[in-house]
Write a protein of this length. Sequence first.
Length: 156
Amino acid sequence: MKTVTLDVRAPSEAMADFVRIWKSGRAAKSARISFATPELLWKVLTAKRWELLKAMCGAGPMSIREAARRVGRDVKAVHSDITALLKAGVLDRVEDGRIIFPFEAVKVEFLLHAALPGIPEGAEPAVEPARPTALPLGFRRDWRAGARLTAYRSAY
């Protein structure tokens, strides 16, 4: 079964994976489409667009009119949704102009973290050298990334 993973990760991580796979000369184990934020993922994959993907999943190439018929929607509305999905790289267009979602299954993957007290939403982490004996105020140890320290810029 050909599966695509839709995930949320930083563009730098997605590019690092691309470069690693490019240098290896081997194809990736599975297809992956990455979004920079969960908000962007949900902006691209609205409920109506998700319904379109479900109708197209494993169905092969089809016209926009056929896709609209399968979901019971207006051709013009489906056309705008398909255009958005093509721009996002979720759908492809075949040589004869029809569209295709070349996967039989979709996996959506992202992680929701608890908010950290005292750190404003959207604050950017700044990396400092690791292994102090005590943590200065405004710092925390980032165990996910090893033993480095993360400082947060405050909006105050």
